[in-house]
Write a protein that binds this ligand. Structure first.
Ligand SMILES: O=P(O)(O)O[C@H]1O[C@H](CO)[C@@H](O)[C@H]1O
Ligand SMILES: O=c1cc[nH]c(=O)[nH]1
Length: 226
C-alpha cells in the first residue's frame, strides 16, 4: 500500500498508474484507492499531514489487513547533498514528534524502515536509474518552526531531510509486526520559503511513484518465490 500525505497525490497516482482504480474511502478526504499495477494488487491511502493523522490511518489499514506500507511523500532537504526534486529513501527517522513520544513515554526508540521494503526500494531505484540518496531523515510536527540553523545542526548528524509522518508509520508498523518504508522527494530546503518549480517537483514525484510501484512488484515476486 502506498501512503501519500496529500489526497490529490493519491488521486493522481490511482488515475495515472493503476488499472481499474476504485475509490474505497473518502472519509475526512483521506482518499483511498485500490487497483492493480502490472497485475499486482496495489492500494493508495492518504495519511493526511502529521503523525497524529498518519498513526490513526496506519493503525486502521493494518487492522484491515495491510502488510506492506510505503510512504511516498515530500520533504525539506536539510543536507547539502540533497538538491530540490532529489529522491530520498529513508533507512530510519529521528522521532522529533509528539505521537511517538506518547507511545514510548519518552523512552529512547529508533523508528526504522523494514529491511525488505528498503532493499526493494533501493533495487527499484537502481533498476529505473533514478538518482537517489539513502539514509536518515527526521520527522517533526511544526513545519514552520524549522530554520536553516536547525537544518545544519541535524545535517551534521547525518539527517538528509525533514518530513512529518515517517516515524509514526514506522513505529505503528513495528508494533504490529508489519513492513513499512518511506521515500520522499525534496520539495524545498528547510527554512527556505522558495519551493522547487512545480513542473520539476511533479517530475520528481512521478519518478518516485515509478520507483515505489516497481518496489512493490519486486516484493510481490519475492513473496511468490518463498
Ligand atoms: O507531501 P506529503 O506526503 O504530505 O509530506 C510532506 O508535506 C506536508 C507538509 O507540507 C507534510 O505532510 C510533510 O510530511
Ligand atoms: O515537512 C516538510 C515537508 C516538506 N518541506 C518541509 O520543509 N518540511
Amino acid at each position: 500500500m502506498l501512503l501519500p500525505g496529500d489526497p490529490n497525490r493519491s488521486r493522481w497516482i490511482a488515475e495515472t498508474f493503476l488499472q481499474d482504480p476504485v475509490l474505497y474511502t473518502d472519509n475526512r478526504q483521506l482518499l483511498g484507492y485500490t487497483g492493480t499495477y502490472k497485475g499486482v494488487r496495489v492500494s493508495v491511502q492518504t495519511t493526511g499531514m502529521g503523525c497524529p493523522s498518519a498513526a490513526i490511518v496506519t493503525e486502521e489499514i493494518i487492522r484491515l489487513g495491510a502488510r506492506y506500507l510505503l510512504r511516498v511523500g515530500t520533504l525539506g532537504a536539510s543536507h547539502p547533498s540533497v538538491r530540490p526534486a532529489d529522491l530520498v529513501i529513508a533507512q530510519a527517522s529521528v522521532p522529533n514528534d509528539g505521537t511517538t513520544r506518547q507511545f514510548f513515554g519518552g523512552a529512547p526508540y529508533a523508528p526504522i524502515a523494514s529491511y525488505q521494503i528498503l532493499e526493494a526500494s533501493v533495487q527499484a531505484a537502481r533498476n529505473t536509474r533514478i538518482k537517489h540518496h539513502i539514509g536518515l531523515i527526521m520527522t517533526e510536527d511544526a513545519f514552520y518552526a524549522s530554520t536553516p540553523e536547525h537544518a545544519r545542526l541535524w545535517a551534521a548528524r547525518g539527517v538528509l531531510g525533514f518530513e512529518m509522518e515517517a516515524s509514526a508509520i514506522f513505529t505503528v508498523a513495528a508494533m504490529h509486526g508489519v513492513h513499512a518504508g518511506c521515500m520522499a522527494i525534496a520539495s524545498n530546503n528547510i527554512g527556505d520559503p522558495e519551493f522547487v518549480d512545480p513542473a520539476i517537483l511533479r517530475q520528481g514525484v512521478q519518478s518516485m511513484i515509478e520507483v515505489a510501484l516497481e518496489a512493490f512488484c519486486l516484493i510481490h515476486q519475492e513473496a511468490g518465490n518463498e
